[in-house]
Design a protein around this ligand. Sequence first.
Ligand code: BGC
Length: 715
Amino acid sequence: MQEQEVRVEALLSEMTLAEKIGQMCQIHVGTLGWPQGEDRIRRGQAGSVLTVYGAAKINQLQRIAVEESRLGIPLIVGNDVIHGYRTIFPIPLAESCTWDPGLVEEAARIAAEEASADGTGWTFAPMVDVCRDPRWGRIAEGSGEDPFLGEAMARARVHGFETGDLASGRKLVSCPKHFAAYGAAESGKDYNTVDISERTLRDLYLPPFRAAFDEGAPTVMSAFNEIAGIPASANGFLLHTVLRREWGFRGVVLSDWNAIAELIPHGCAANLKEAAEKSVLAGVDMDMVSDAYHLHLADLVNEGRVPLSVVDQSVRRVLRLKLGMGLFERPYVDESLAGQVILRPAYRQKALEVTQKSMVLLKNSGGLLPLARDLERIALIGPLADDHHHVLGCWYRIGRDQDAESVLDGLRAVLPSTTEVIHVPGCDLEGRERPDLEGAARAARAAGLAVLVVGEGEHMSGEAHSRAYLGLPGHQQALAEAVHATGVPVVAVLMSGRPLVIPWMAEHVPAILQAWHGGIRTGRAVADILTGATNPSAKLTASWPRTEGQIPVYYAHKNTGRPATGAGTVQFDKPHWSIYIDEENEPLFPFGYGLSYTRFEYRALAVETAQVGLDGTLIVSAAIANTGDRPGDEIVQLYVRDRVGSVTRPVKELKGFQRVSLAPGEERQVRFEVPVQRLGFHGLAMEYAVEPGDFSVWVGPNAAEGLEGAFAVIG
Ligand code: BGC
């Protein structure tokens, strides 16, 4: 450490103001033009580049930085490695449905191996934005609606990216994003205004960031959105007060793409110079592509508007990051390495496991699934049935269609050769072409069983892909209805980057598997689940609304002064309650929900600590029994409710979860130990504290069900 600081100060003392500012600029060579980009690097006017893929290209730019710039400071190369590099894993929302941080960590680790071997030094991940609005396309990139689960996933991903001896011999650094509350965009529209209370910010949106930093994430990306009138990339409260002062964060703050220049359309900077001033003073160390620092920071310093000490601090942080990663010792990557690391069979195998554990069985009436293995014929219908592209999801970058398995491939691989698969797309994804509903219905009738693969394309979620209607796009609803009208049993396999609104399907189609965008192993994973080779175990991490009008709908809501009593629509007999006159309050599928091919029973809740002190540990256990006839995994969840607080509290909050594997007939005692200090919140004084008093506790299979008990926290 000491030695590193000496090197940092030595370098700093040699740098001109222009070279210092260079370290605070991240450029996109593709946008600038390759020769112009190279020139910026040569002159020491860029400390980082982004979105350059491949060891050869990266080495080429690095050589210029190291061998041709005056001080030879290496570049740090950042890329969006969000759910895999070349071995594409399920989208993060799907990965979170595994409720298996260890597995998610392994996926991140594989992404780190591949990306690092191919030259990337910095991943703009994990995306840890909590989101309660499925209209927002970026819900696909996060871990859903809950901060507790979000923290676990944030820690897992940071740990996976950051630790271990990567084959490249270098470190890959992570960059939790988007700081902060980007997921609270009004009306689910991307980049939109956020206006939330400080309490909601601190209790809901900040905890996953804090967890990521506690795990060692050395950088963070400041968000596009404003919060209560102040854009996050010029927000001194977020960046100075919370991040640096309260949390002691010593790392690098990178703006999101062009976010500094966007202070102008936000209406809080008159021009790019003022934007640079506001951002740098608020604590943004590095400017992603807007060139505000490049063009104006020197003048701002010379005019005395920005103290040189602010610039020096940012440069120190950037230099520390580069030294810490070993970039000075190993600026180049071995260009033959990626070929040995990328798409290793073990990685494909791990991707299959993650994918299988991420798919949620939403419905299975009459035990339609798993399918019999000796089927004579099966109709495979839908625009996504033989898709090799959309399964890759919203951030596939260098992922390739050729690596992916479609559902058709998967079924052909696992079904006996005697089973005839009649494949009919039936319609396109977006409804651009005339659908062939009759052809689809004919195929269904001929086969006597239909598997319908429908949903969203990868281009319908992710950044800048918000939707106002969350049903099946194009003619796919008509296709589903036409196939259902044949009367043959239908299994729906849904692909999407978000919770969908599917009330008709939930009522009429007997079996529904939510497959998300599952990455390169999607097809095989679907086939393994449909045929019962794999027993599904995933559970939702975001509630599925009945209608867009319920949004935001989430389990940890407040009770209000006029809570609805009991489920169901009670509009006309109870007119003055917090309900709709035309729809239920409850979501179609709650947070934590997912089925298995076996059954689990929850028995004998035991609250071992009926009274527990502020520094104590809540201990609760329950017996979980597999009462079905197959081995299976159950994700057991623990929720609490703080009955009375200095401020109002959610009706339920997740505080523990465990994935348990049970053989048929097996019963296991599942024990939760929750430090009481984890039951706090930001009360009246806006300080995090646990308030003594009565709590309810549940152990159950999802947020809507469970065995209930009680305990008291004593002061
Ligand atoms: C996104 C970030 C991403 C960055 C660089 C932005 O538009 O909001 O999440 O890391 O681009 O690609």
